[in-house]
Design a protein around this ligand. Structure first.
Ligand code: AHR
Length: 349
């Protein structure tokens, strides 16, 4: 395509950027320039994230696209800089897996001006009304792209929160409890999984009183930024300051944080899965093992294998299909202590 030349610049000048070339599934002829995709990943904070990166990169390469990968190591500034370098090198498409919801207005307008379509994956983004207005004006200009972003492909984080809440409601139904106290361990502020999982969880547990005449309440919320070490620190601090025996449920928004929190609980003599009900989100292999061992009660899946959805959406877009939805949700499920564990598909992350 139009941008093959820029690839050479990328190899020469773009520090720290990795590219990989694999044999494509689809036919690519040596004389046809390949589509160049800049893939900006937010970090490598978990096994989940590593699988997500691998899935997106592998599927795009299978289609025959050239993938330029940048890791922002959990820095918003770095991620914006990475996208800016993709724009300077005039890639064909940008795939953005954003650290947080806000902060993208200017860089997305820059991409639109440069007529580079942006696909947002995993977490979602929010832009201001003013930016939407500027984007609509840009769409009328010659040479600019028609929209700020083509689509968002990822999990329904709110549904994940709903599923976690439903497990808790069902667990305590018909038990002699009037008030169930939940401690919530959240991810980084201003990230869509943090906001929407909390919202979904609260929405479902609030409905519980009507259904079961029991109150389920999030009594405290602590943050572990989706990182194991921080999950452990946040839980240890909480145990030092509050009476953990008052807490019935730990709702942790990611497996890495759950693993950290479980270490802190263990050190304080609390038996996870027995003294405190544990609901975690992600379904990494190490958490499924804990579920099977009875140390965790419910694991809500967050599906990192989003690459196939991204690949299909980009393919359809490049074929000129105009029917791409603005939101594409990936398939997800729930694993809990009352299920037949032999039904859980093996996982490699
Ligand atoms: O954005 C998805 C979340 O990010 C995953 O639940 C978590 O493990 C990761 O850090």
């Amino acid at each position: 395509m139009k941008k093959l030349v820029v690839l050479l610049f990328f190899f020469l000048f773009l520090n720290g950027c990795s590219t990989t070339t694999t044999t494509a599934d689809s036919e690519t002829d040596a004389s046809t320039p390949r589509i160049v995709i800049g893939f900006s990943q937010l970090g490598t904070e978990s096994n989940w994230r590593k699988q997500h990166t691998e899935s997106v990169q592998t599927e795009l390469e299978k289609e025959g696209y050239e993938v330029l990968y940048r890791n922002a190591y959990l820095s918003l500034e770095q991620q914006i800089q990475d996208i800016r370098s993709f724009i300077s090198y005039n890639v064909d498409i940008i795939v953005l897996s954003p650290l947080q919801e806000s902060g993208w207005d200017d860089i997305l307008l820059e991409a639109q001006k440069a007529d580079i379509p942006v696909f947002v994956v995993d977490r979602s983004i929010e832009v201001s009304q003013e930016t939407l207005k500027k984007s609509a004006e840009l769409a009328l200009e010659e040479g600019a792209g028609k929209e700020l972003m083509v689509t968002h492909i990822g999990p329904s984080f709110k549904a994940e929160g709903n599923r976690a809440g439903l497990y808790v409601s069902n667990y305590f139904r018909n038990q002699e409890y009037n008030e169930i106290k939940v401690l919530e361990l959240t991810g980084n502020v201003n990230a869509s999984p943090t906001i929407l999982r909390s919202e979904g969880f609260s929405e479902t547990i609030q409905r519980n009183y009507q259904d079961n005449q029991q109150t389920i309440q999030v009594v405290d919320s602590i943050s572990g930024d989706f990182i194991r070490r921080k999950g452990k620190e946040a839980m240890a601090d909480y145990i030092a300051q509050k009476d953990i025996s008052q807490i019935d449920v730990l709702f942790s928004q990611s497996d890495e944080m759950t693993l950290g929190a479980m270490e802190a609980l263990g050190a304080a003599g609390v038996t996870p899965g027995k003294d405190i009900i544990i609901v975690s989100i992600d379904a990494q292999k190490n958490m499924i093992d804990k579920l099977k061992a009875g140390e965790v009660n419910c694991v809500v899946e967050c599906n990192p294998n989003q690459g196939i959805y991204v690949r299909n959406a980009i393919k359809r877009f490049l074929e000129g299909k105009t029917d791409l939805p603005k939101e594409i949700y990936v398939h997800e499920t729930v694993f809990s202590d009352d299920m037949d564990f032999s039904q859980i598909p093996p996982r490699n992350y």
